[in-house]
Write a protein that binds this ligand. Structure first.
Ligand SMILES: [Zn+2]
Length: 445
């Protein structure tokens, strides 16, 4: 088991926390990802008592002697460090080759590569144009399985991209001069907790792009329909997916989900990411997160403490690689019309109790179904009082961002999915041509 010490530490944290918050067997009847109004019978829970979990650090330990093998692997390791904006570590690794007695004829070229990258990332100019925000859902990891027909085919076809499409989109975004930025760069929080848009400083000529991924839950109900089962850490410390098919076959892949695909893309094209930024995961809590059943209503046979410890390690690797997190509510209900004020209150509390302790504090709230509420709506006050300041909806025809001081900042996101691939060519042409991106497998539907 990787990082056992961290896991034991986390297990201890959760043991303490669960005894403090009370291990009642209260059940809720949330029915998320459904158009029906969820019914909920929850009583308010105590405030979260977890302390933020330190992210594990995966700093490569320098070997005492620089070997011939190290030289052979040097470019790959340097690319990986550069892709995650670890410039000093890259320099340190490169310098190990000097004085090792092994001739490195490419030393100057490698040094130049690091210098150029650092210069690109630190020579910045103010950016005053539009800030685009694209989002998608988890990919259809196994398109052949999905498109062979099952209960989820129509829904996945509409809401998701295939790996083929996602890779083509990334290449087109890069070719069109976009650069991924951390969503947290677009605002400043004042001392009085109000929020305002920040001055954005970027490499000259680049267009900023915020990227988010909704519903990274791997709902058990979607198993065996074409989605992956969960995110894991592979034997090289990288994010991968794990899936167990109905016939018992187990698949570990770094080529069928947003996270490993984008991590690898940025390793290959480090100028696509501003200072290592990747994207923001919008997390619900009703079925746990990232494929781990961390929720209090998890099936009895699930050991929640082990699940929490395991997912914390995955979260640590994601953070190390430039990913961060926001809330997508606990139960994925309809905020605008169907959810009562009391439901919003309980749902928000439950998210803070069960999800925030795993990911750390966040100011970002992604409305389920893009159904945002007005700032004057008491539901907004509940979210604002819970600490959220940046609110994201969905609106795919134009970039839209609005700053309202004490109430927060609102930003629209454009949805990259099967629906807009078929119907949104015009609106997405500045990013990619849907005709060139769409996966031929969709013709089967
Ligand atoms: Zn959602």
């Amino acid at each position: 088991m990787l990082y056992l010490t961290g896991a034991l530490y986390l297990a201890a944290v959760f043991l303490v926390s669960s005894s403090l918050s009370g291990c009642d067997s209260q059940t809720s009847a949330l029915s998320p990802i459904s158009d029906a109004a969820p019914s909920l019978t929850l009583t308010p829970r105590p405030s979260p008592t977890f302390t933020p979990i330190p992210s594990p650090t995966f700093t490569p330990t320098p070997k005492p002697v620089f070997s011939k093998d190290d030289l052979n692997e040097l470019d790959e390791k340097l690319s990986s460090l550069i892709g995650t904006y670890k410039i000093e570590q890259a320099r340190s690794l490169l310098n190990q080759s000097q004085g090792s007695g092994i001739s490195d004829v490419d030393f100057q070229a490698r040094k130049h590569k690091i210098d150029s990258y650092e210069s690109f990332q630190t020579n910045l100019v103010p950016y005053t144009g539009e800030i685009e925000h694209l989002f998608t859902h988890c990919l259809i990891a196994f398109p052949e399985l999905c498109y062979s027909g099952n209960r989820m085919t129509a829904s996945l076809d509409n809401d998701c991209l295939t790996p083929y499409e996602f890779k083509k989109i990334l290449q087109s975004l890069y070719d069109n001069n976009y650069i991924l930025i951390d969503i947290n760069l677009i605002y400043n929080v004042n001392e009085d907790t109000s929020i305002q848009l920040a001055e954005l400083l970027l490499p000259e000529g680049k267009k900023p792009l915020v990227f988010s991924i909704d519903d990274v839950v791997y709902d058990a109900k979607k198993a065996h329909t074409g989605m992956a089962d969960k995110l894991i850490i592979d034997n090289q410390g990288r994010i991968a997916t794990y899936t167990r098919h109905l016939d018992g076959t187990e698949v570990i892949s770094r080529d069928n989900e947003v996270f490993p695909i984008l991590d690898d893309f940025v390793t290959e094209y480090p100028y696509f990411s501003f200072q290592g930024a990747k994207g923001t995961l919008a997390l619900t809590g009703f079925q746990g997160i990232l494929g781990y059943r961390t929720h209090r209503d998890a099936p009895a046979e699930i050991d929640r403490i082990l699940e929490q410890a395991a997912v914390s390690e995955v979260i640590g690797v994601l953070k190390e690689n430039g990913w961060n997190f926001g809330s997508h509510s606990y139960g994925h209900g309809h905020f605008r019309n169907k959810m009562s004020l009391e439901y919003v209150k309980q749902d928000t509390q439950q998210w803070h109790d069960e999800v925030e302790p795993l990911i750390g504090e966040t100011l970002i709230f992604f409305y389920p179904y893009g159904e945002s509420v007005n700032y004057s709506d008491p539901k907004h006050s509940i979210l604002r009082n819970a600490g959220f300041r940046l609110f994201c909806g969905v609106g795919w025809k134009a970039p839209y961002i609005e700053e309202s001081g004490d109430s927060g900042i609102y930003q629209n996101r454009r949805n990259m999915d099967g629906y807009t691939l078929r119907n949104g060519r015009e609106a997405f042409l500045k990013f990619y041509d849907t005709n060139e991106v769409i996966d031929p497998i969709r013709d089967n539907t």
